[in-house]
Design a protein around this ligand. Structure first.
Ligand SMILES: Nc1ncnc2c1ncn2[C@@H]1O[C@H](COP(=O)(O)OP(=O)(O)OP(=O)(O)O)[C@@H](O)[C@H]1O
Ligand SMILES: [Mg+2]
Length: 224
C-alpha cells in the first residue's frame, strides 16, 4: 500500500545550518511513530515539513499521494487545516477564549457552522473526559487538562495525521502518562501518529516504530 507520508531526500537549510540533511522516511496509515534525538537534531523541523508549516530546501514530501512541496500557499494552508492536527509542548491555546471556543475554532476556520463546530467539540471534550471544563479559561486548567484540550482541538477536523511535538514535555509524570494513554487509545482506533519526544517511556509505550535522529538524519530505526 502507498505510504501515508513519504519523505524523499528532504533537506532544510537555515543559512549554514542543515537542520535536515537528507531525510528519507515513509509512514504507513495507522502507524504510531516516535521521533527521538538530541536537541537540535532536526525533529521539530521534520514535523514542520510534514505539517506544511515550512518548505524544504530540496526533496519532496508526499502525503496521501499529493506532493505538498509543489502546493501553492492557499492550497498548503487548506492541507494544513484539513489533514493535519498538531499538538504542542506548551499547548498553544488562546487564553482569552474558553475551552469550548478554543476547540471549535479549528473547524470554524474551515467554514464549519458554529452549531456543527459546537456539537463536534462537545463530543470530543466528552470523549477526552473534560466536558465539564468547557466553559473554563485555559489559565485555570492543569497542564494535563490543557493538553487534552490541545488534543481535542487537533482532532476537530478528523486529521489524517496527528503530529505532536513533545506533548508531555511540560507535564508532570502522572499527567504525562495520561496524555500518552490518550494518544495510544487514539492510535488503537486507527489514528496515524507522529510524536517527537525525549521520553523513552512514552516512545516505547505508544509507538510501534522509533526513529532516532542525529544531525538532521535518521541515525537508527527500531520497529516493534
Ligand atoms: N527558523 C530557524 N531559523 C534558523 N535556524 C533554525 C530554525 N529552525 C531550526 N533551526 C536550526 O535547525 C536545527 C534543528 O532544529 P530543530 O528545532 O528542528 O531541532 P530539534 O531536534 O527539534 O531540537 P529540540 O529537541 O531542542 O526541540 C538547529 O540547529 C536549529 O538551531
Ligand atoms: Mg524541537
Amino acid at each position: 500500500m502507498e505510504p501515508m507520508v513519504q519523505l524523499m531526500d528532504v533537506r532544510k537549510e537555515y543559512g549554514e545550518t542543515a537542520a535536515l540533511a537528507g531525510v528519507t522516511l515513509d509512514i504507513q496509515a495507522g502507524q504510531a511513530v516516535a521521533v527521538m534525538g538530541p536537541s537540535g537534531s532536526g525533529k521539530s523541523t521534520l514535523l514542520n515539513m510534514i505539517a506544511g508549516l515550512d518548505r524544504p530546501t530540496s526533496g519532496t514530501v508526499v502525503v496521501r499521494g499529493e506532493d505538498i512541496t509543489a502546493m501553492g500557499e492557499a492550497e498548503l494552508a487548506r492541507y494544513r487545516r484539513r489533514r493535519i492536527g498538531m499538538v504542542f509542548q506548551f499547548f498553544n491555546l488562546l487564553d482569552d477564549l474558553p475551552v469550548l471556543e478554543n476547540v471549535m475554532l479549528a473547524a470554524q476556520l474551515l467554514g464549519t457552522s458554529r452549531k456543527q463546530a459546537q456539537s463536534r467539540a462537545l463530543e470530543l471534550l466528552d470523549e477526552l473526559g473534560i466536558a465539564d471544563r468547557r466553559n473554563a479559561y485555559p489559565v485555570v486548567l492543569s497542564g494535563g487538562e490543557r493538553q487534552r484540550v490541545g488534543v481535542a482541538r487537533a482532532l476537530m477536523n478528523r486529521p489524517a495525521l496527528l503530529l505532536a511535538d513533545e506533548p508531555t514535555g511540560a507535564l508532570d509524570s502522572r499527567a504525562g502518562e495520561q496524555v500518552m494513554d490518550l494518544l495510544l487509545d487514539l492510535n488503537q482506533i486507527g489514528q496515524t501518529l507522529l510524536i517527537v519526544t525525549h521520553d523513552e517511556r512514552l516512545a516505547t509505550r505508544v509507538a510501534d516504530r522509533v526513529v532516532a535522529f542525529e544531525d538532521g538524519r535518521v541515525a537508527a530505526e527500531v520497529t516493534r
